[in-house]
Design a protein around this ligand. Structure first.
Ligand SMILES: Cc1cc2nc3c(=O)[nH]c(=O)nc-3n(C[C@H](O)[C@H](O)[C@H](O)COP(=O)(O)OP(=O)(O)OC[C@H]3O[C@@H](n4cnc5c(N)ncnc54)[C@H](O)[C@@H]3O)c2cc1C
Length: 478
């Protein structure tokens, strides 16, 4: 995968995708696979936005039961199985346990009904998956079994627990990158550190984008018959640059904490706190706690107050004395708090809605369902481009690069630069090598990566200093 903005500008493309998060990446892969000439431009690095902050859960959609949104539940569960099938080295089932207290909506009887309904709605979806990738049916267990699964649970009013499986992405960064790599292998021209600063208009339609190369400072015009705005939380900014000034969709700041402690249990455990569910999740030898939501426009609260809340919600886990090694924080559509999280993706055909041909927007609400929503966006793109319909195949095509890199650290770093477009220290450490996604990398590893990048990319000492400072800024000083 080579970054060549001049080649991207040369001759134009059918479709240019703005934003290389999971939505843009899956859309580019789908479009390239269906024979379109595709460009993908990402302002920072692929997967550096909301997509890298995920709690890493590939949801089966149980949450949609509460709202009786069975179609969405089925879609989520289907996409979960799709990830398990196309990226088996990165996506594995993970057991979840939620203790049931009392007899209300979160009591054992109600949870048993919910799980039975969920089992029925998702029946048959595991067909064709290998044994270790299947999602076993959910069930409830007795109070005694619940205390075996989660030692130290408060026994008063404990009626049992709900036990089900979801899936977890070991690295959402490499998973997003795998879609970009697949798109590039299918002919898409892709570039990171390339920001859309304007949309090009001609005779009342959008005909491409003006892209600033953030590494060189220069700008190129990329002509495209259709622009797909997949800029995630910045989607409304891209629309404003296209002259569409509409009331911006409200956003929530979502946050997870990565703690320095090894997980105390091999499964995730949920608990209700302040009206929403929190989860403590084992991941990469660490403990994740999430997800907290607050309005994006409010001043961010201190992550330590969230840690204190998690400590109260999971008193058996002794989280209070942990060190927060990283805060995963990103913006997602929604308002108020967790209850106001948007549940429907937005796929907007601006020709139909605003009378502006040449522009489509795609903004999703979950990492899990990105592939399916992107498929609908490309169905629409084919129609708008007047191309014959071709069925999308991303659901059934394995992603060969959805796995960790192999070799010693120096070799992996060289691969990251030469084949995966790592251009900064953060690109390499956070999104190619999985060295710093749970906390600061070991100094010796960092030296190896820095030395290799400096050799590959011709950095001088000053550049190396700036790169190290930029990476250090990612980690909290609490
Ligand atoms: C803390 C947290 C936890 C979450 N946990 C989960 C979870 O467990 N499971 C789940 O399914 N979902 C989860 N989500 C939701 C999920 O992460 C998002 O729905 C998803 O990542 C959104 O992807 P996206 O591609 O739309 O946005 P992004 O990943 O933000 O991608 C948009 C990209 O567009 C780029 N961009 C913006 N403007 C421009 C421009 N002008 N030019 C070029 N590029 C531009 C940005 O740099 C960015 O990389 C979580 C989200 C957060 C924040």
């Amino acid at each position: 995968m080579k970054r060549d903005l001049a080649a991207l500008a040369d001759g134009g493309v059918d479709l240019v995708v703005v934003g290389g998060g999971i939505y843009g990446a899956t859309a580019a892969w789908d479009a390239a696979q269906r024979g379109l000439a595709v460009g993908l431009v990402e302002r920072e690095d692929f997967g550096a936005g909301a997509s890298w902050n995920s709690l890493k859960t590939i949801h089966g959609g149980m949450r949609y039961l509460q709202k009786a949104a069975f179609g969405r539940l089925r879609e989520s569960a289907r996409e979960q199985r799709t990830f398990l099938a196309i990226a088996p080295a990165l996506v594995r089932p993970l057991r979840f346990v939620v203790p049931a207290y009392g007899h209300g909506l979160t009591g054992r009887e109600a949870l048993a009904i919910a799980l039975r309904l969920n089992n029925w709605l998702t029946r048959g979806l595991d067909e064709g998956l290998p044994e270790g990738s299947r999602i076993p049916p959910g069930r409830t267990v007795s109070a005694a079994e619940a205390r075996e699964l989660v030692p130290g649970l408060e026994p008063r009013r404990l009626g049992g627990a709900a036990v089900w499986s979801d899936a977890q992405a070991a690295s959402s960064e490499r998973l997003t990158l795998a879609f970009v790599l697949a798109a590039a292998a299918a002919g898409a021209r892709v570039a990171n550190h390339a920001e859309v600063i304007e949309t090009l208009r001609s005779r009342g339609r959008v005909v491409g984008v003006l892209v600033r190369d953030r590494l060189l400072g220069s700008a190129v015009e990329v002509r495209a018959r259709l622009v797909l705005n997949a800029a995630g939380p910045e989607a409304d900014d891209v629309l404003a640059r296209a002259g569409l000034r509409r009331k911006a969709a409200p956003l929530l700041r979502a946050r997870n904490l990565v703690l320095d402690r090894p997980p105390s249990l091999p499964h995730a455990v949920g608990a209700k706190s302040r009206g929403r569910f929190l989860f403590v999740v084992p991941w990469d030898g660490r403990t994740l706690v999430g997800t907290d939501y607050e309005p994006a426009e409010a001043a961010p609260t201190d992550p330590r107050s969230f840690l204190a809340e998690a400590d109260r919600a999971f008193p058996w886990a002794g989280l209070g004395d942990s060190t927060v090694t990283l805060v995963h924080e990103g913006l997602v559509p929604g308002q108020g708090g967790a209850a106001g999280l948007a549940t429907r993706p937005r796929l907007i055909d601006h020709e139909a809605v605003d009378g502006l041909p040449g522009l489509v927007s795609l903004q999703g609400v979950k990492y899990t369902t990105a592939r399916a929503v992107a498929e609908r966006a490309i169905d629409l793109a084919l129609r708008r481009l007047g191309r014959p319909f071709v069925t999308g195949r991303t659901a059934v095509t394995p992603l060969p690069q959805a796995r960790p890199l192999e070799g010693d650290l120096e070799a992996r770093t060289r691969t990251a630069v030469q084949q995966e477009m790592a251009l900064t220290l953060s690109d390499a450490v956070l999104r190619r090598l999985d060295l710093g996604t749970a906390g600061p990398p070991a100094p010796r590893d960092l030296d190896v990566v820095c030395r290799t990048l400096a050799g590959e990319l011709g950095w001088d000492a000053d550049r190396e200093r700036r790169e190290r400072a930029a990476l250090a800024g990612v980690y909290p000083r609490l």
